[in-house]
Design a protein around this ligand. Structure first.
Ligand code: ASP
Length: 342
């Protein structure tokens, strides 16, 4: 009898535990880059294309979570859709380097295990986010670059494409404009040669994509993918593939994906800083994200924004630029899609 009661108790306990493990709310957010996104440079048709694609990505990621998929799977699904769209500066349609080629960076982090993966400066991997996940899951390393990363991706059976696959006409036009005549930006960007005031060019510099998600097991994940900054040179790598700068996830605090002028995000250790404010200063997600994006980065002169989520499903999407392509689905199922400041 005593044994039976014990068994009943432990079964009840087990039942409760399983329920608790699956009790967590689900939520997801995506971004498609931040920058000088002005209504003046946008047509209603283009605006619809952007919001439709953001909707498709965030909904597909959410569907993964609804079916019991992991936060990591949701992040991969959403980012792959955005990488395959020529609208954004990631995968197909990424910005061009000064040499007129495309060099891509991506990273991912699993908030449960704190494992992470990244690729940088890759030129032939169709979906760099999948390569970042492969680095995390199938290698003992965190980051791989250039040809080595491409060989590894090929060995993992990922799709390899010629660099021309990524090239889109509108990016070429922007590149031509930047590198012609006496454009002050001809050559490359430097501290003395900041982003142009020509908004039609500025618009094209941003457009990195990212996703953060919370799954029903209470786990967080974050991922970011980009072509970097237009006209970049000398193997320049931004914040996007750097864990702690462009991407960070820890179940104890939050998952973050950043977008903006990478040099500033690297020096601000932006993504990790948000998590650190939550961990050490016990700041709530929104306050921590705003502290970094609206105060620290603004003081440094770093333009951009982040999407962030905590394990309760709170979502913060602050940006200090004119706009940020963004979308999310809250734990109550409410969907939000926006481009400009509210
Ligand atoms: N953060 C990216 C980089 O600096 C660019 C962007 O988000 O638009 O490479």
């Amino acid at each position: 009898m005593k044994h039976l009661i014990c068994l009943l108790f432990s079964l009840c306990g087990l039942g409760m535990m399983t329920k608790a493990q699956h009790q967590s709310k689900i939520a997801i957010a995506v971004h498609g880059g931040a920058g000088t996104i002005s209504k003046a440079n946008m047509t209603p048709e283009l605006e619809k294309e952007y919001t439709d694609k953001l909707d498709e990505a965030v909904s597909a990621g959410y569907a993964v979570l609804q079916k019991g998929g992991t936060a990591l799977e949701a992040v991969a699904t959403a980012i792959e859709i955005l990488e395959n769209s020529p609208l954004f500066n990631a995968g197909k349609g990424a910005v061009l380097t000064n040499e007129g080629t495309v060099e891509l960076d991506a990273s991912v982090m699993d908030g449960k295990t704190l494992s992470a993966g990244a690729v940088a400066g890759v030129t032939t991997i169709k979906n760099p986010i999948l390569a970042a996940i492969a680095v995390m899951q199938k290698s003992p390393h965190v980051m791989m670059t250039g040809r080595g990363a491409e060989t590894f991706a090929q060995q993992q059976g990922l799709e390899i494409v010629p660099n021309s696959y990524f090239l889109e006409q509108h990016r070429y036009e922007q590149w031509k404009k930047l590198n012609s005549g006496d454009n002050p930006e001809k050559g490359h960007l430097s501290p003395k040669n900041p982003p142009s005031e020509d908004t039609s060019i500025k618009d094209e510099k941003f457009g990195t994509v990212g996703c953060v998600a919370l799954d029903q097991y209470g786990n967080l994940a974050a991922g970011t993918s980009t072509g970097g900054m237009m006209n970049k040179r000398f193997g320049r790598i931004g914040d996007s593939p750097i864990i702690g700068a462009g991407t960070y996830a820890n179940n104890q605090t939050c998952a973050v994906s950043a977008t903006g002028h990478g040099e500033y995000f690297i020096r601000a250790v932006a993504a990790y800083d948000i998590a650190a404010l939550m961990a050490y200063k016990k700041m709530p997600l929104k306050k921590a994200a705003e502290e970094v994006v609206m105060k620290k980065l603004v003081k440094m002169g770093g333009q951009g924004g982040v999407i962030a989520i905590d394990r309760k499903g709170n979502i913060a999407m602050p940006f200090n630029s004119q706009g940020m392509y963004r979308a999310c689905i809250y734990p109550d199922g409410r969907k939000y899609i926006a481009i400009y400041k509210e």
